[in-house]
Design a protein. Structure first.
Length: 271
């Protein structure tokens, strides 16, 4: 039987990761879960994020979804709650973390930037990554919630609102010595075309999509589930039916979306 892979994000941004995983595992069964009622996660406390993800695990169990791998395709959720989440389930979990290490290796100017949500920029995990892998470079940190909103709007309209993007990037004032930007939010690759236009394609944009796809393959192999760790060159781009779940009403490419409610486990404890 094909492996069931669930990809989770606060909104539609995790589809950028999903696309990479589907290219490596075209025969997989996929669910995409977005907690868009609480979008954007970058404004939430760590405790709230852990509660929301705990509710996701309860939903998976009560609905008997039999998930083989859960991908937390949200940098904020991964840097805030991944270790806590893994203690609550036996489902293998793959998180998304900022690509500081490869960015440091690729930079020629020795100046890289992390563009992420405030929660990701401020997280202790991100600081740990910088300490471990960013010693040979200067890491400039930039936080934006507005870019998440713009990415959601771009996905829905299929058109980047370039003037809003330019205004936000101007306000961030990214150091002109930076030659590699780590897209530390899975929403941001949706804006790649607009970002490249803004920087005149002089800056390398780096995300974790391929690395996450390879990690999912490795985990499936560890559990004796068939998977290639190489890109499927014969993949036609045709996707198997994808089941969407959301916690607030949303329109996704003419696909049916099941509206669900996540249970707060702390409320159960109080009752």
């Amino acid at each position: 039987m094909s492996p069931h892979i669930m990809v989770f994000d606060s909104g539609i941004g995790g589809t950028t990761v999903l696309k990479h995983i589907q290219q490596y595992i075209p025969d997989g069964r996929y669910s995409y879960f977005m907690d868009n009622a609480y979008l954007p996660y970058g404004k939430l406390s760590q405790q709230t994020i852990i509660q929301r993800l705990s509710g996701l695990l309860i939903f998976i169990e009560t609905q008997q979804l039999h998930v083989d791998v859960l991908v937390i395709a949200c940098n904020t959720a991964s840097t805030s709650a991944l270790s806590a989440l893994r203690e609550l389930t036996t489902i293998p979990i793959v998180g998304v973390v900022p690509a500081i290490k490869p960015a440091a290796l690729l930079s020629k100017s020795q100046h890289i930037a992390l563009l992420a949500t405030p929660a990701t920029v401020q997280s202790s995990y991100t600081q740990q990554l910088i300490s471990q892998h960013g010693q040979a470079v200067t890491v400039h940190l930039y936080a934006s919630v507005e870019l998440v909103t713009l990415a959601e709007q771009t996905y829905q309209s299929k058109k980047i609102i370039q003037d809003k993007l330019v205004a936000e990037l101007d306000s961030l004032a990214i150091d002109n010595r930076v030659d590699v930007i780590v897209l530390g939010c899975t929403h941001f690759p949706i804006l790649a075309k607009g970002l490249n236009e803004y920087f005149n394609s002089t800056v390398l944009l780096l995300d974790s999509g391929v690395a996450i796809a390879k990690r999912v393959c490795a985990i499936l192999k560890e559990h004796n589930i068939d998977c290639s760790d190489e890109l499927d060159a014969n993949c036609t781009g045709k996707k198997k039916p994808l089941r969407y779940y959301a916690t607030a009403s949303i329109y996704v490419d003419k696909q049916p979306v099941e509206l669900v409610t996540l249970i707060d486990p702390t409320q159960n404890e109080k009752s």
